[in-house]
Design a protein around this ligand. Structure first.
Ligand code: EPS
Length: 381
């Protein structure tokens, strides 16, 4: 499965095309729309989310709620486009007196994007480098999630820190509790502290980053490969995580902590029993060994930097005059960490769906399921 997205933040719509989709996947549009709504939520979002009510419209590749094996096109309309007449028109000429964005924001793609593409208006860059694009990824990821659902695999995420407020180590990373939290954090007390941190940041014109754990359960051992670097599931998942704007760090299982411990306190013991076959005494590896799934849950952590658009703008330079100025001050979110978790689910789901297709075939669900059954019969008692 591959996908590409298209669309600008204030253009008419975002689109995703998912290709190489097997036939026979049950596509639940409500599940896709529910993820789109989850991505829009989270404490710390700004005014734009009051304008949008993201819903996916499927334009191809599905008939009577089943995938046809043909490319699936999903469209998410930008309701805000109508408020940008004369500024984001697709055809025609730029109107006289159109205000250009010439104060590039530190931390955003603005400046380098302008230099690289010979633009004198950062809007040509920021419209696409906007996190709005991730709505299309979530829609596309919905197809991968639908595939995984048929495999008994669930991908979910929880927020573990915002602005330096972290959940205590002993709090279980429970999906249901996270979904009840305005910060998508599974601990009630930490949620309140996170909300307070976001309120304080808002008051100061600041923005906040944070961390998310993405977990996938129900995986079988042996997805991915140890044979070549690019085929390692670890490298594919890492690349997918780093494709999300603002991601600055990724860990698997114990992550960086495993570099600080001796081997005996890192590696998970191997056990065997007649009922279940091979098992592990722990999951420090985060579900991956040698670039392959072990059969334990996949546990990944992603770190997101604070949003670069700030109400108390940082120092920059005017693109025309090179004089020192303050960066553009636009409507923005104070914190989008809870939303990032939903985007990360979509990215991880896409990689995992691909890993199943690589091992078990790619074009027909019935055949893929039969192939998995025969594999499991071989490796399990
Ligand atoms: C964003 C700026 C804000 C965010 C946006 C990302 O939008 P606007 O410029 O319209 O106020 O709300 O995120 C989304 C629209 C979204 O759907 O996540 C930015 O500059 O990256």
């Amino acid at each position: 499965m591959k996908f590409i997205t298209a669309g600008e933040s204030h253009g008419p719509a975002l689109t995703a095309i998912v290709s190489q989709v097997p036939s026979g996947i049950a596509i639940d549009i409500d599940a896709i729309n529910s993820d789109l709504a989850r991505r829009q939520g989270g404490y710390g979002r700004g005014g734009r989310m009051k304008i949008e009510k993201d819903k996916a419209r499927i334009l191809s590749g599905v008939r009577f709620s089943k995938s046809l094996g043909t490319p699936i096109t999903l469209e998410v309309v930008n309701d805000d486009h109508k408020n940008w007449a004369g500024r984001m028109d697709v055809i025609g000429q730029a109107p006289d007196g159109l205000k250009r964005e010439t104060h590039p924001r530190p931390g955003h793609a603005d400046l380098v994007g302008m230099l690289k593409n010979d633009f004198d208006d950062a809007r040509n860059v920021l419209e696409r480098s906007s996190a709005r694009e991730t709505a299309a990824r979530v829609a596309a990821g919905g197809v991968a999630k639908a595939f995984l659902r048929e495999m008994g695999v669930e991908v979910y995420s929880v927020v573990t820190s915002i602005g330096g407020v972290c959940i205590p180590d002993d709090v279980p990373l429970q999906k249901d509790r996270a979904e009840e939290s305005e910060c998508r954090c599974p601990d009630v007390e930490t949620t309140e502290k996170m909300k307070q941190a976001i309120d304080e940041a808002k008051e100061k014109g600041e923005s906040l980053g944070g961390e998310v754990a993405v977990i996938a359960t129900g995986l079988i051992p042996g997805l991915g490969s140890y044979v070549s670097g690019p085929d390692r599931l670890t490298s594919k998942l890492g690349a997918a995580a780093f494709s999300i704007p603002a991601i600055k760090g990724v860990e698997f299982g114990l992550g960086f902590e495993s570099a600080r411990r001796p081997g005996s306190l890192v590696h998970d013991g191997i056990v065997y029993d007649d009922a279940n076959g091979y098992g592990r005494t722990g999951n420090n590896a985060g579900g991956l060994e040698g670039g392959m799934t072990t059969g334990e849950p996949l546990v990944m952590k992603l770190a997101m930097k604070p949003i670069p658009t700030m109400m108390k703008p940082l120092d920059t330079v005017d693109f025309d005059t090179h004089e020192p100025v303050k960066a553009s001050k636009e409507r923005s979110d104070v914190c989008a960490v809870p939303a990032m978790g939903v985007v990360a689910e979509a990215e991880v789901a896409m990689v995992l769906a691909n890993a199943y297709q690589d091992k078990f075939g790619g074009d027909c669900m019935v055949d893929i399921k039969k192939s998995i059954e025969s594999y499991l019969n071989r490796i399990k008692p």
